[in-house]
Design a binder for this molecule. Structure first.
Ligand code: BTN
Length: 249
């Protein structure tokens, strides 16, 4: 029988991603996950902070792969799909969707953010991937220009969903997606991600200010944007905004 991936549980830590990066320099056995009840310096994408109270899920996985860091970015889509797989029993299916690159939404508002960090390992030919997942289970923290939600406001479960109860299933779902990626490449992830994607075919604005139709997600994970002048461009960094998703200030 395959042993489940180890989880180190902290009541408080600066950031579960930072702890994984520290552990990556030690000789601990991989993979492993770090779970914290509370983060004092939670980090989000694009150098933002990730705020939140106790009751939300703050967890990071530490993995080592032979694939180069650019390929490892594909696993952000695997993580977002694993979050959907894990949350699906608690909410109506049509409420859940994915926003490029790897947010998970309920009714178009942010439920979960994912922060990927990778670097070369001390072990030759290996690269370290830290995959940080924040899920708003019981509180919806304010994020500038974003609508946010928490699972508790939609959950069909009678009891609040606890991070430590959710994480083992989330890890299992993530590792299933990783196995498929190792066997078959990015294509099945891309197909599953597109089937759950929010805003495909709609007009979007990117964080760099480009406006156009979200036409596709390509084989390299980039978003294909058809601008108003008819030209198509690949967006491979930043984030996108869809109408109705931004908090009015
Ligand atoms: C985003 O900006 O959308 C990504 C947010 C990622 C937050 C999670 S919470 C657990 C892990 N530890 C961190 O410091 N960040 C990630």
């Amino acid at each position: 029988m395959v042993e489940p991936t180890a989880i180190r549980h902290f009541s408080e830590i600066d950031s579960t991603n930072s702890e994984c990066l520290r552990l990556a320099g030690s000789d601990c056995e991989l993979p492993l996950w770090v779970l914290a009840d509370y983060q004092t310096n939670g980090r989000g994408r694009l150098s933002r902070s990730w705020l939140g109270q106790k009751g939300n899920l703050y967890a990071s996985g530490l993995y080592s792969f032979t694939a180069p860091p650019a390929k490892l970015a594909e696993l952000g889509f695997a993580a977002a799909l694993a979050v959907i797989d894990t949350i699906a029993p608690f909410v109506a299916n049509e409420q859940l969707s994915l926003k490029w690159p790897n947010d998970v939404l309920i009714n178009g508002a942010k439920l979960c953010g994912i922060l990927l960090e990778s670097h070369a390992s001390k072990q030759q030919g290996q690269n370290i991937l830290v995959i940080g997942i924040g899920i708003n289970l019981s509180h919806a923290p304010k994020i500038q220009d974003r609508k946010t939600v928490c699972l508790a406001d939609f959950s069909k479960a009678e009891q609040p969903v606890k991070p430590q109860d959710l994480l083992p299933g989330l890890i299992e779902n993530f590792e299933k997606r990783v196995k498929l990626w190792q066997e078959q490449g990015f294509a099945p992830l891309r197909q599953a991600w597109l089937a759950n994607c929010h805003g495909l075919g709609e007009t979007i604005r990117t964080s760099q200010g480009q406006i156009g139709i979200f036409e596709d997600m390509l084989q390299n994970g980039a978003l294909l944007l058809r601008k108003t002048d008819g030209k198509a461009i690949e967006i491979s960094a930043g984030e996108i905004f869809l109408s109705g998703q931004e908090e009015q200030s």
